[in-house]
Ligand binder design. Structure first.
Ligand SMILES: [Zn+2]
Length: 473
């Protein structure tokens, strides 16, 4: 008899992510045996050491509970579906009965002799699941230390490929992995470090549509993102699923650290109810970052995550730590829970993830509404000595390194303030590195009533097609 066994999300990790496994069997017991023969790690999940079905697991044949029939001896026929339905209270994942093998006892020896961790703590870590949002600068030390510490299940969400410019700080990846998926590279490295753990890769862009379901499968979420829409999404999804958020963020030489959305603690929105206007805070790609900085902050996120999993010490709930690498200083500020917070306050207005691109003001207008010229057209205008202001909206160091002759500098982040000094009688032609920041600048200027045009492709296109002697990185 061929029957289909349907696995719940929580168990798919133990069955090569399959939701359905077809087996030959005459009874429910035989079907489960056949399932375990294919995926032996499921056995410990579903059966107690004496071979009985665990009490928190229900097995259904089609619509009927097998317990109401003949239990494991319940007969099955061709085309039947056997459903495995574990009790999932509040979205908690079904954890493995954690026993440590001899090899694991040896590996975790320095944990085992710590009274605050010990055998029980190490088993707790093995039963735990942590989701790292991002396999970049923060995610690198974070995931490496969680893997080394023996956190049983580590999930990573990312959809990028490894770029050579990542390697200055993203120590999860190496030179050979340039051009390959970050997740494949991360998984390989983490399993090489600790083969006793499971690494789950989610090659998706985290979105309002998928965050809740994903977060439910983990105990702690570690936010290592690099943009505001995802940061607010992670925060809201953590509050909505009741998962603590080990938060870290970095910029140039400074880092921030906290634990948000813990029970009774404040959330990221309590601290920052609204994001800064688009363009005000440059990204690391635009503003730069000291390579070792995410090493410091990501490692601290790992410390907070492990404390949360073990339930030891004082997690950074209600406190925001600020790190300054140049000063080599840490400061700790108090963060209060805001009763009027729209997501974790007394009367929350956000009860499901929202549109975070729109919330952060990043919804781009259709490109057709922005006037654009090519670098060839710009060259022609310059050669004909047409009257216009060529505006460079990159950062000062980028302008200092390479510029188009005659361009004046106003970094995008300063434009909304300095626009008041600009003369509306002039025509503005705006460029940046590749055309993205300048498109935002053109939108901002047009909204303020300026005549502004974007240079498509930015100075990269200029260096490529007009002036090959220009070195732009
Ligand atoms: Zn809040």
């Amino acid at each position: 008899m061929t029957v289909d066994i349907r696995l719940p999300t929580a168990l798919r990790a133990f069955a090569d992510k399959q939701e359905k496994v077809s087996v030959q069997a005459k009874t429910v017991g035989e079907a489960l045996d056949a399932l375990f023969a294919k995926h032996d790690r499921l056995k410990a999940q579903l059966l107690s050491p004496d071979g009985k079905l665990r009490t928190f697991v229900n097995v259904y044949v089609n619509e009927d509970d097998a317990r109401d029939k003949q239990g494991l001896a319940t007969p099955v026929k061709d085309g039947d579906t056997v459903l495995i339905v574990p009790a999932i209270a509040g979205g908690a994942t079904l954890a493995a009965e954690a026993e440590l093998s001899k090899a694991e006892l040896k590996r975790y020896d320095r944990h085992l002799i710590l009274p605050e961790v010990g055998l029980e703590g190490q088993k707790k870590l093995k039963k735990s699941a942590v989701l790292c949002v991002g396999a970049g600068g923060l995610g690198s030390p974070l995931a490496l230390y969680l893997a080394a510490a023996g956190v049983g299940r580590i999930g990573i969400v990312d959809f990028d490929a490894v770029d050579e410019s990542n390697l200055q700080r993203q120590i999860l990846h190496d030179t050979l992995s340039v051009g390959t998926s970050k997740l494949a590279s991360a998984k390989k490295r983490l399993l090489a470090l600790n083969p006793h753990i499971t690494v789950e890769t989610h090659e998706i862009r985290l979105s309002s549509a998928n965050a809740i379901e994903l977060f439910k499968q983990y105990d702690v979420i570690a936010d290592g993102t690099d943009n505001f829409p995802t940061r607010y999404l992670v925060n809201d999804a953590c509050v909505l699923t009741g998962k603590p958020n080990a938060y870290g963020s970095i910029f140039r030489f400074e880092g921030q650290l906290s634990v948000f959305a813990a029970k009774d603690g404040p959330c990221y929105r309590c601290l920052y109810p609204e994001p800064p206007p688009p363009g005000l805070v440059p990204s690391c790609a635009e503003g730069g970052v000291l390579g070792v900085l995410p090493g410091v902050i990501g490692t601290m996120q790992a410390v907070e995550t492990i404390k949360l999993l073990l339930g030891i010490g004082h997690p950074l709930v209600g406190r925001l730590m600020l790190y300054d690498a140049l000063e080599q200083s840490w400061r700790t500020l108090k963060v209060k829970k805001n009763p009027a917070c729209p997501v974790c306050g007394d009367n929350p207005t956000i009860q499901a993830p929202i549109d975070y691109e729109a919330f952060c003001g990043l919804k781009e207008k259709p490109v057709s509404t922005i006037r654009e010229i090519t670098v060839e057209e710009l060259k022609l205008k310059l050669d004909k000595k047409e009257k216009f202001v060529l505006l460079d909206v990159r950062e000062p160091h980028e302008h200092a390194a390479a510029k188009i002759p005659g361009a004046i500098l106003i970094p995008l982040g300063e434009l909304h303030l300095r626009a008041a000094d600009l003369d509306k009688a002039h025509v503005y032609v705006v460029h940046c590195r590749s055309g993205a920041r300048s498109a935002r600048a053109v939108m901002l200027l047009c909204e303020k009533g300026f005549n502004a045009t974007n240079v498509a492709g930015g100075i990269l296109a200029w260096a490529d097609r007009i002036d090959p002697s220009l070195r732009v990185s």
